[in-house]
Design a protein around this ligand. Structure first.
Ligand code: ATR
Length: 283
């Protein structure tokens, strides 16, 4: 069987082995998928990567804190990985050359459009946060045909810099950056958004980024990239504000896994059974 793995540090709670085992079984692929700890030592990731390739490994998923180093280690990279500045998926050819890709943003788009059935085409999108998670979503959101993108961040300068960097690369998709506190000056629904996506890590600290309630109320969907056993603080804030639909990011996790699987194996697994299984595993 062909060998795959996810590498991170820590890696113990990763759901990826379970997800890829389900995909492999459902599609009849002869493959193994394990979890590898890249360790905390300098060079630990690169050493584990080289050893995995030398042992005949075919591909890796990469998670925190190695996504930037995974891109740096690659000989070639997709547009998604280059613009995200990070790779969550690697594959290796027979000569040991490393190709990098990033499927996080495509996973987000797919979860919103296919599972939640919210079209992105022509929609106004508010993206909260200006870190790595937000960066990875920009190109796939623009390619999905959104009408415009507003990036709002606690530190306004980071959102403005990210918008300025991407504006020339996203033709047809006006991008603007601003501080979270400036959102209060927008009046929903005229200047409001159809979809609000939380790409901040605030939920990990049991907080929600401060978004004015009228903006949340006017949106059709509030999506948090973070997931957990209970609704995240951002989902709770959206619900309290009257937003009709909230989702956490577990579907994005399963969809990015499916995108990686397809990139490796050339066929796309069905994701609904895997999502049910990992949701049950979270409880
Ligand atoms: P990631 O890779 O998850 O994006 P990151 O690059 O460290 O992680 O970025 C974290 C993001 O979450 C940033 O946009 C951060 O805002 P700042 O740039 O102002 O620091 C945002 N963030 C973290 N905690 C937050 C909070 N409590 N409220 C609002 N935004 C928060």
């Amino acid at each position: 069987p062909d060998r795959y793995a996810v590498i991170g540090h820590p890696i113990g709670h990763s759901l990826s082995p379970q997800i890829h085992a389900l995909f492999a079984r459902a599609t009849g692929q002869r493959m193994t998928y394990e979890a590898m700890d890249g360790g905390a030592q300098p060079g630990g990731f690169e050493a584990a990567l080289a050893a995995f390739i030398a042992a005949g490994g075919r591909g890796l998923n990469v998670t925190l804190p190695f996504k930037l180093r995974a891109l740096a280690a690659a000989h070639a990279a997709s547009d998604e990985a280059r613009l995200a500045g990070a790779a969550n998926t690697l594959r290796f050819d027979a000569a040991g050359r490393i190709e990098a890709h990033n499927t996080d943003g495509a996973g987000l788009v797919r979860d919103i459009t296919a599972r939640l059935r919210q079209p992105l085409q022509g929609r106004r999108v508010l993206l909260l946060g200006a870190g790595g998670a937000a960066r990875g979503a920009l190109l796939p959101l623009a390619r999905a045909g959104i009408a415009c993108l507003r990036i709002a961040n606690r530190s306004a300068d980071k959102a403005e810099a990210l918008a300025a960097e991407f504006a020339p690369r996203l033709p047809g998709c006006p991008v603007r950056g601003m501080g979270l506190e400036q959102l209060a000056a927008l009046s929903a629904p005229h200047e409001g958004f159809d979809i609000v996506i939380n790409a901040t890590s605030a939920s990990l600290a049991a907080q929600s980024p401060a978004v004015p309630a009228p903006l949340l109320a006017a949106a059709a969907l509030a999506y948090d990239m973070v997931y957990g056993a209970a609704p995240t603080p951002f989902m709770q804030a959206a619900r309290a504000a009257g937003c009709p639909r909230q989702s956490d990011g577990l579907g994005m996790l399963v969809e990015q896994a499916a995108e990686s699987f397809a990139w490796w194996r050339g066929l796309r697994p069905d994701t609904s059974a895997a999502l049910v299984a990992v949701r049950a595993a979270l409880q």
